[in-house]
Design a protein around this ligand. Structure first.
Ligand SMILES: [Zn+2]
Length: 162
């Protein structure tokens, strides 16, 4: 069977969400250099995860620098150390509320190490901080007031559009 998995670069919305999450939780994720994080979406992956955080290990991180060198003229070479992915089928299909995608992005950002040199493993089946903030099984069970916390992180639609 042909593999129908498609990986696409996010249009920038995920990075904006990440920036606002850094403002909201500076002590947890404020250290992350988002210039070194690439945000992507997975479509048709037939996988059960909602989000993933990949550490781009040396020497693979040089691929982005090479692309920058040989490709478009850029002021600084790209130096991507992490790729954070959301599973489009899951977050857009099952999780109707956009806030839950934001929570997935927060979860994945917590996997980024302070030295940007690896992935922070879960300290429980999840991160205990996420569980204490939002409850066990937050992805399915987060109550309204928890979900509302993430409304401020979602980009406002441009003026004049509903
Ligand atoms: Zn995780």
């Amino acid at each position: 069977m042909p593999d129908s998995t498609v990986w696409v670069l996010d249009d920038g919305g995920m990075k904006q969400v990440a920036l606002r999450l850094q403002d909201k939780f500076p002590e947890k994720i404020g250290h992350i250099d988002l210039e070194k994080v690439m945000f992507v979406r997975l479509v048709g992956g037939k996988v059960s995860w909602a989000g993933k955080c990949f550490h781009v290990r040396p020497p693979w991180h040089l691929l982005t620098q090479a692309t920058a060198m040989f490709g478009a003229q850029m002021p600084e070479p790209l130096d991507i150390r992490y790729i954070i992915a959301v599973n489009d089928d899951l977050v857009r299909g099952i999780f109707i509320v956009k806030e839950k995608e934001v929570m997935v992005i927060l979860h994945e950002l917590l996997h980024v190490r302070r030295d940007m040199e690896g992935v922070v493993p879960h300290d429980t089946e999840d991160f205990s901080w996420m569980l204490s903030q939002f409850g066990i099984n937050w992805l399915e069970t987060a109550p309204e007031e928890v979900i509302r916390q993430f409304s401020s992180v979602i980009e406002e639609p441009p003026e004049g559009q509903s």
